[in-house]
Design a protein around this ligand. Structure first.
Ligand SMILES: Nc1nc2c(c(=O)[nH]1)N[C@H]1C(S)=C(S)[C@@H](COP(=O)(O)O)O[C@H]1N2
Ligand SMILES: [Mo]
Length: 203
């Protein structure tokens, strides 16, 4: 079955050098970064749900099987970590955030999302940016299921922002009328996190 392939706009900036934001160095490996331990997650358990809630008219939950049965897309994108590494030419597979968010029918005042992960990790993203065509909830990388270290069974993917905005081990998306700092933002990271503007730290 052939899936739609979405080309992340930042991959079209030109040469590898032109695709590398200021202050970043390219790596061929995919480093692992997160706070705390890798959670043990069994998405086949009945209590594993992805919840879409908050400022919307139709809150809902999905099981992991529900998510894997939804239409999938491939996203070709670059990753930029605030710790100064970037990795070009990645293909992730997952479900379009736009499809998931629209189904919840956001209220007109919904302008931000807070992603909620295992163990209480959170990250904030403007709603408009979270539902861009190349933003997905990903379960595969290069055609294989994600490794637990990288967020299996499900992670956010927001390629136009620093990688800390891509929550691993995702369990919920909250629609909000106001912005609020997530875990790393409370620890000094930028509220927005655009790598091209070097929005690394501070609000
Ligand atoms: N749940 C969770 N997701 C997270 C984090 C975390 O601490 N917990 N760290 C973020 C940070 S700081 C980075 S750089 C990326 C790293 O993703 P990777 O380990 O797959 O490279 O995950 C992000 N997602
Ligand atoms: Mo990070």
């Amino acid at each position: 079955m052939s899936r739609p392939k979405i080309i992340s706009p930042d991959t079209q900036r030109g040469s590898a050098k032109e695709r590398t934001p200021p202050g970043q160095t390219l790596t061929a490996k995919w480093p692992v970064l997160h706070y705390g331990n890798v959670p043990k997650v069994d998405p086949a358990r009945a209590d594993w749900k992805l919840k879409i809630f908050g400022q919307c008219d139709a809150e809902y939950e999905l099981s992991y099987a529900d998510i894997r049965a939804l239409p999938a897309v491939d996203v070709f994108c670059d990753m930029h970590c605030v710790t100064h590494w970037s990795r070009l030419d990645n293909t992730f597979t997952g479900v379009a955030t736009k499809l998931l968010i629209e189904r919840a029918r956001p209220k007109p005042n919904a302008r931000f999302v807070m992603c909620h992960s295992e163990a209480g990790f959170t990250v904030n993203v403007p709603l408009e940016e979270f539902i861009k065509d190349d933003c997905i909830l990903a379960y595969q990388w290069e055609g294989k299921d994600l490794e637990p270290d990288h967020g299996w069974p499900l992670r956010g993917l927001v390629p136009q922002l620093y990688l800390w905005k891509s929550a691993k081990w995702l369990r919920g998306i909250e629609l909000r009328g106001t912005d609020a700092p997530g875990f790393w933002e409370q620890n000094g990271y930028h509220m927005h996190g655009d790598p091209w503007e070097e929005e690394r730290f501070g609000w």
